[in-house]
Write a new protein. Structure first.
Length: 160
């Protein structure tokens, strides 16, 4: 997060309800465990701030977005970003399409674009890049779609 030249914010709803855990290792039953996570160290370090809807206009946009996509966290994030002219990190195909159609001025960033920015800026060792991409795949259960701009980069770095 230190490599991002702007302030980074997360909607309170997302922080409170959607960023609670990452997937851990398989347990004896073959089920994936959940490991709790805390955003507090990032907040304490000044790398992340929590924001909430701040106006009636943002709330109205949330209602509109919620009627069009089922993920409430993405709808809230999009409503806030739209009215504050913020970029938004979003990988979901339906949410991206909604924001492109209804908030075309917003900069939409894929997760991998953020990771590649970090790699380009900090030049971590190859094994750190590989481990990071593998953790994203396993622990966040994220794999890019073929249509994503950095799909080939993901595979070149053993993330796929």
């Amino acid at each position: 997060m230190r490599s991002i030249p702007k302030n980074v914010a997360v909607a309170a709803y997302v922080a409170d309800r959607e960023t609670l855990f990452i997937h851990g290792e398989l347990n004896e039953s073959g089920e994936r465990t959940k490991e709790p996570i805390s955003l507090q160290p990032l907040i304490d370090a000044g790398l992340l701030c929590i924001v909430d809807l701040a106006s009636e206009t943002e709330a109205e946009t949330l209602a509109t977005f919620s009627a069009l996509i089922t993920d409430r966290g993405e709808a809230i994030t999009g409503a806030i970003a739209l009215h504050r002219n913020w970029a938004i990190i979003v990988d979901d195909k339906k949410a991206r399409r909604l924001f492109q159609q209804n908030a075309s001025h917003l900069q939409l960033i894929y997760t991998l674009e953020l990771v590649k920015h970090w790699v380009d800026l900090d030049s971590p060792p190859v094994d750190v890049i590989t481990a990071t991409l593998q953790n994203i795949r396993r622990r966040a259960t994220y794999t890019p779609r073929r249509q994503e701009p950095l799909y080939d980069w993901w595979h070149q770095h053993n993330g796929g």
